[in-house]
Design a protein around this ligand. Sequence first.
Ligand SMILES: [Zn+2]
Length: 170
Amino acid sequence: MVVPMRCTACGNDETRVVDSRSAEAGSAIRRRRACTRCKNRFTTFERFETVTLTVVKRTGDKTPFDRAKIVRGLTLAAKGRPLESAVLQLIADSVEDQARIEGPEVSSEWVGIAVLDQLRALDEVAALRFASVYKGFVDVADFERELTLIKREHPAFGASEPQSDSLTPH
Ligand SMILES: [Zn+2]
């Protein structure tokens, strides 16, 4: 159960988050809040241990966020690629941080895309593999969109698509 964040001026428990950033190397989150009643702004400092992070699957089923599952997927995708295990751990950490800022609930699609975004910047081969490994995990359409982006940014990587600097409008 999440404790309501009360306004420090008037005690109103309806506040709006205006800014979130991770703190203490990702073990806590600092939120800038605004009271919906008196417009007072204040900062809260929330420890992650008090917040349960949940992943909502396409089926609507909810499951606890599993960092180890992300690392397993990354490890499979990075096999034989010049990506050290420590880098994969960092990606998983970073996705967890983002999820906590986004959360307390994130969709499985969101997790897959967040991982892919980071992996793509490091190694497009691993990113493509990750996309295929996780096809069953996230929405296929999302991944197809991501794959199109990868091919667009790395034309040599795609099949027979002509190289073009201009983006094709959808
Ligand atoms: Zn207030």
